[in-house]
Design a binder for this molecule. Structure first.
Ligand code: EPU
Length: 301
């Protein structure tokens, strides 16, 4: 989607940067996705005005974080993408509190806090993505989730059209799901983390890194786990038991390392990946009577 000259001029006045014809394949860890205009939100204060402009002009939009948990449609996209610039995201520690911009890298934040003797997030070290995305999805791994550490979130709230600060207790953090609205834009977070000596945190980080390296296809293009685990079960184990590792549609393939990771081994399209997801879901439904739910967020045209 290409925005009009009139909208482009207004965005410029509002301090946003507009990029035409950006490829989402270049911005997502799956390496899949068509092209559209991208709006870089350089001034947080202008976000409410920008959202009003998009609503007034009937411009559909989606907000892209780190691009590590999203499967984007092929071709010319019917929506624009909003993005927070990630060049110098703020991170600051004060006592046991860490104040972090949503555009900051999750792993980078874990390390930054560790160096200041703040732990509790070791399990999240290898989870790719931004702090904003981690908040929205309540990212988790190896027994750690980000939700319990959240004390405050500054965000653009779609419900009020304003920038607000919510207390952590006002947000529901469930398994890979939160009470944030789809149109809310995470801006900053205050985390509260337990004091721990750097060396101890580092030892925990190393254990998680080794586990992850041993079980996940880290050097391939993926969006992490494709399906949520069903209550009490493991999507990866079920798919593996059905012998579906290496099953492929075009260049979209079930990883031979971890069966809940679907990888792009070449030039997979969104259509390939969606077909693979459907085929695997169907096989699991038939064999186990369980309907697997997507963990990856799908952006259809
Ligand atoms: N398993 C298999 N075959 C496979 C994959 C897994 O038999 O191909 C078995 C394992 O041996 C293990 C069980 O299934 O007994 C669970 O596997 P694993 O420990 O790898 O954890 P998971 O439940 O598949 C979850 C998260 C991951 C997170 C890991 C580590 C979900 C959907 N996945 O995976 O998160 O990294 O635990 O804590 O909750 C993600 O969110 O994208 C993600 C990758």
């Amino acid at each position: 989607m290409r925005v009009s000259e009139k909208v482009a001029a207004r965005l410029k006045e509002l301090g946003a940067e507009l990029r035409h014809g950006v490829s989402l394949a270049d911005q997502t860890s799956l390496g899949i996705g068509g092209t559209t205009d991208e709006i870089l939100l350089r001034r947080y204060e202008a976000i409410p005005e920008i959202m009003r402009l998009l609503a007034d002009e009937n411009i559909p939009h989606k907000f892209l974080g780190g691009g590590t948990n999203v499967l984007v449609d092929d071709g010319e996209l019917s929506f624009v993408v909003l993005h927070l610039p990630s060049t110098t995201p703020g991170m600051r520690v004060e006592g046991n509190a860490a104040y972090v911009d949503a555009a900051a890298d999750l792993g980078g934040t874990v390390t930054f806090c560790a160096k200041r003797d703040l732990g509790g997030m070791e399990g999240l070290i290898g989870v790719p993505g931004s702090i904003g995305g981690a908040l929205r999805m309540n990212a988790g791994a190896y027994g750690t989730q980000i939700g319990p550490h959240v004390r405050e979130v500054e965000l653009y709230r779609a419900a009020t059209g304003e920038i607000e600060t919510l207390r952590g207790s006002e947000v529901r953090f469930d398994y890979r799901h939160t009470s944030f609205a789809p149109d809310d834009v995470m801006l900053r977070v205050k985390l509260e983390l337990p004091s721990k000596p750097f060396k101890e945190i580092l030892a925990g980080i190393k254990v998680c890194n080794e586990k992850r390296r041993g079980s996940q296809p880290l050097n391939q293009k993926s969006a992490g786990c494709i399906f949520k685990n069903p209550p009490g079960g493991s999507a990866g184990r079920m798919i593996d038991e059905l012998g579906l590792k290496r099953h492929r549609v075009g260049d979209a393939m079930v990883s031979d390392r971890h069966a809940n990771f679907f990888v792009n081994v070449g030039h997979a399209t969104c259509a390939d990946m969606l077909k693979l997801i459907d085929e695997v879901r169907e096989r699991v439904r038939t064999a186990y009577g369980i309907e697997l739910e997507n963990e990856v967020i799908v952006w259809r045209n």
